[in-house]
Design a protein around this ligand. Sequence first.
Ligand SMILES: C[S@@+](CC[C@H](N)C(=O)[O-])C[C@H]1O[C@@H](n2cnc3c(N)ncnc32)[C@H](O)[C@@H]1O
Ligand SMILES: [Zn+2]
Length: 335
Amino acid sequence: MQAYLTFMALRLQECHRILKPDGSLYLHCDPHAAHYLKQLLDCVFGSLNFRNEIIWRIGWVSGYKTQKRGWIRNHDTLLYYVRSHAAFKKFNKEYLPYPEDYVRRDGKKPTGKGFPIEDTWNCHSGDELHSEMLKSFSTKKTGWPTEKPLDLLERIIKASSNEGDMVLDPFCGCATAMVAAERLGRQWAGVDIDETAVGITLKRLQDVSDTAAHNVDLDGFREGLPTVHLPPGPPKRTDPDRPVRSPRIRVIRWHELGKGERRPCPGCDRPKYFDDFDLDHIVPRAKGGLDADENLQLLCSSCNRVKGQRLTMTELRKHIQTERKFELAEQTLKL
Ligand SMILES: C[S@@+](CC[C@H](N)C(=O)[O-])C[C@H]1O[C@@H](n2cnc3c(N)ncnc32)[C@H](O)[C@@H]1O
Ligand SMILES: [Zn+2]
């Protein structure tokens, strides 16, 4: 689990970094990892940006699964976070249509848009989102073992984006998210490490739209050997309203991460190798201890000394900015 969380920590930080202020993140997981991932996401996104834990009932249970002693597992979890309040404001509320014979308590026909969708999905007859993999007769199956129903992805994409927006699935498998995005008029990008997944993705996107297939970079795939272009350094944002990087980066098992890579210090922004960071953990238990946002910060040794027990992270950053202004003023005076 720790190796998985380390793997995810780096990727979630990158997702957070490139997400626009009005962007959202949905992380699909099962109950083995859901609670650990929630902690990780609270650190990366800030717990105030956590919006919902969505329980997706996978489908009906039959055969040997019904024989299990104890409660039968039948749900996955989607953790929904926003990048900032702008994303929350953008949310497009969705409704399930009233059943034909539905009447209000006063006996009248309902006038509203339908039942607003709650945080439990596929849990009653008006709301069908069964897993593709459970449907042995499904014609939609692509052969990819973790295929998700298109309706599930469409619900998510409709709620948290508008036409023309960009949808990224960094673990896209058989590209259900891309197909859903294309159908809904969104731009999309998908990433997967597996060659078979890439093959299925190309075929699916060719099926959904000619334009989509033309947009897929086929370079190298004709021989069955994907060409991977690695640009130097992390990808850069091009939009002018780029959000300020959060100083609240906390990393679990940090010493295992990114050896040989340089990252900016969350205090002074100077790029440092991971080995040069100190782990700041001095927030007393009474004030949150290891769970405090201010704790387990990776700081360069100079920032760590300045911060000590006296300053919070925000105060530390302010202090550094003031120092810099003084230095600049001094240099200008000398000139
Ligand atoms: C749980 S599946 C996601 C399935 C996908 N959302 C779908 O609907 O089919 C995880 C995917 O991540 C891919 N994967 C695993 N490690 C990866 C890595 N390091 N980089 C990119 N993709 C990776 C796997 O090949 C797999 O397709
Ligand atoms: Zn520093």
